[in-house]
Design a protein around this ligand. Structure first.
Ligand SMILES: *Cc1c(COP(=O)(O)O)cnc(C)c1O
Length: 390
C-alpha cells in the first residue's frame, strides 16, 4: 500500500507568486486607476523589450489575443487557417470566431510540433486545389519553438501570414534569440494563465514588429474604438469624441493583472532556469525507464511549460496515469487532438486524420513541471514512475 494519502498532492503546473508580486498588485488597488491606467502599457513594453519585438498588445487572455491577431490579419469567411492538432482548442477556435475554416498539419514525431515536411506536402496539394491558407499558426508545444525559419520560407513562397501560438514559450529561445521577436512571423501570442510560465491570473499578449497591426489589434481589443483623429472618419466634434471604426470586442487586460505580470517579468529568467534544471533532472533519472522523454533540439532552448513523457505501449497509458494520480501526482495529458473534438466533427474531421498527433496523444503523460516543484517532490514523481513501470 502506498502512503500517498498522507502526502501532498503535486499538481502538473502552478503559479509562483512572491510577496513582491502581491505588493505590486496591492499598489494598483490603492491607486486611482485599477484598469486602463499606466501599468498595462508598462507591462506591454516590458514583454516586447524582453522578446525584442516592437510592440505588445495585452489582452484578457491568449485566446482573445489569438482572435484579435486573426481579425487584424483580415481572416474571414472563405479563408483557411492551418494549425497543429497537438494544441489546446483555443488555437483553432480563434479562426472560427472570424468565420474562417480550420485545417491541421500533422506533427513531427520527435518535436511534437507542426512538421515542416507535412506542411510542405499539404501546401503543394492545397495550391493545386486553390485552397491555400491565409494564416498558418504554429504552436510551440511544451515551450519548444517550431522550425520557424522553414515555415517562414514557405510563407514567402505561398503568401500566407504567420501567427505563432507561443502560449507555452515565453522565455524560450530559437536560434539563440528570444521566442516572440517575430523575426519569422507577423504576430506571436503568449498566455499568462496560472499554469503557464508567468501569470496575470488570466491574460495574454500579442507581440509584433508591425506598428499598424499592433494598432489594429489594440483597437479590436476595445470595441473597435479609436480616439486618434488621423483614423477617424470625421473631424472630432470635441476632445470627448471617439469613433467606432470597425466591430471590436471587449478583451482588455486590467492594471491589476498587468501589475502582477510586470512583477512576474522580473523573475522570468529565474523561472526558466528552474524549469530547465527540473527537465534536466527528469531527463537523467527517467533515462533508464521504458519511457520517451521530450526531445530537445540542440539549437533551441525550450521554456519547458510542460514535461511530456510517452509510455512505450499506448495500452498501458491509462493504468500508468491512474496509478500516478492515485499516488497524489497530478499528471495530465496534453493534448487531446483538436480535430477529434465532437465540435470539430461537423467539418468532417475524425480519428486517423493526423496519425502522428494521435499516436503522441495515446502515449502522452505530462509530469509535474513548475518552478516551485521541490527536489523531494520531484524525487517522489520519479520514484513513483519507476514503481509503476516496474
Ligand atoms: C493556454 C493556451 C491557450 C489559451 O490561453 P488562455 O490565456 O487561457 O486563453 C492557447 N493556446 C495554447 C497552446 C495554450 O496552451
Amino acid at each position: 500500500m502506498s502512503d500517498s494519502r498522507h502526502t501532498r498532492f503535486i499538481p502538473y503546473g502552478r503559479q509562483d507568486i512572491s510577496e513582491a508580486d502581491i505588493e505590486a498588485v496591492v499598489e494598483v488597488l490603492r491607486s486611482d486607476l485599477v484598469t486602463q491606467g499606466p501599468v498595462v502599457p508598462r507591462f506591454e513594453q516590458a514583454v516586447a523589450d524582453y522578446c525584442g519585438a516592437g510592440h505588445g498588445v495585452a489582452t484578457s487572455s491568449a485566446t482573445a489575443a489569438l482572435h484579435v491577431a486573426c481579425a487584424a490579419l483580415d481572416l474571414g469567411p472563405g479563408d483557411w487557417l492551418w494549425t497543429s492538432p497537438n494544441t489546446f482548442v483555443a488555437s483553432a477556435n480563434a479562426a472560427r470566431y472570424c468565420g474562417a475554416r480550420v485545417d491541421f498539419v500533422d506533427i513531427d514525431p520527435r518535436t511534437y510540433n507542426m512538421s515542416a515536411d507535412a506542411l510542405a506536402e499539404k501546401l503543394t496539394v492545397a495550391e493545386k486545389e486553390g485552397k491555400l491558407p491565409k494564416i498558418v499558426m504554429p504552436v510551440h508545444f511544451a515551450g519548444q519553438s517550431c522550425d520557424m525559419a522553414a515555415i517562414h520560407a514557405f510563407s514567402e513562397r505561398y503568401g500566407f501570414r504567420i501567427i505563432e501560438d507561443a502560449s507555452h514559450a515565453i522565455g524560450g529561445r530559437y536560434q539563440d534569440e528570444p521566442v516572440g521577436n517575430c523575426r519569422y512571423s507577423d504576430v506571436a501570442v503568449f498566455s499568462f494563465h496560472p499554469v503557464k510560465i508567468i501569470t496575470t491570473g488570466e491574460g495574454g499578449m500579442a507581440v509584433t514588429n508591425n506598428a499598424e497591426l499592433a494598432g489594429r489589434m489594440g483597437r479590436l481589443r476595445s470595441h473597435g474604438i479609436t480616439r486618434d483623429p488621423a483614423l477617424m472618419a470625421d473631424d472630432p466634434d470635441g476632445p470627448w469624441d471617439y469613433e467606432q471604426i470597425e466591430l471590436g470586442f471587449h478583451y482588455r487586460m486590467t492594471d491589476i493583472q498587468a501589475a502582477l505580470g510586470l512583477s512576474q517579468m522580473q523573475r522570468l529568467d529565474e523561472f526558466i532556469t528552474k524549469r530547465r534544471a527540473i527537465a534536466a533532472h527528469y531527463d537523467e533519472h527517467l533515462a533508464p525507464l521504458p519511457v520517451t522523454t521530450p526531445y530537445q533540439h540542440p539549437k533551441q532552448q525550450s521554456a519547458y511549460h510542460l514535461y511530456p513523457i510517452q509510455v512505450r505501449d499506448a495500452a498501458t497509458r491509462r493504468e500508468v496515469f491512474q496509478s500516478l494520480r492515485d499516488a497524489g501526482i497530478g499528471v495530465n495529458v496534453h493534448y487531446i487532438p483538436v480535430h477529434t473534438q465532437p465540435d470539430y466533427q461537423q467539418f468532417g474531421f475524425g480519428w486517423d486524420d493526423y496519425p502522428q498527433g494521435e499516436a503522441f496523444y495515446r502515449r502522452a503523460i505530462s509530469l509535474p513541471m513548475f518552478p516551485r516543484l521541490s527536489g523531494g517532490e520531484q524525487q517522489r514523481v520519479i520514484a513513483e514512475i519507476g514503481r509503476v513501470l516496474a
